[in-house]
Design a protein. Structure first.
Length: 79
């Protein structure tokens, strides 16, 4: 772990790209504040129900649509 921290510090110290540094800072900050399950807890009951219904539909192969079929159906937007 120490080697990666040292390498990371060197990279940070040698960059002058402020936008890149801001992006890295935001990523690290958000990861540190992330708590497992926050996304699910933030959903409404209706949203949770929709997620569970969608999850159950994944196993129903008869409802699957091929990539070629999706391209055909959406061809007017793919031009």
């Amino acid at each position: 772990m120490t080697a990666i921290k040292e390498d990371f510090h060197k990279l940070i110290d040698t960059t002058n790209d402020e936008k890149l540094l801001e992006d890295i800072f935001m990523i690290l900050s958000s990861r540190r504040e992330h708590k497992e399950g926050n996304l699910w807890e933030g959903l409404t009951e209706e949203q949770k129900r929709e997620v569970l219904v969608s999850e159950s539909e994944i196993g129903d192969e008869s409802a699957w649509v091929s990539h070629e079929e999706m391209k055909r159906r959406n061809s007017k937007w793919l031009k």
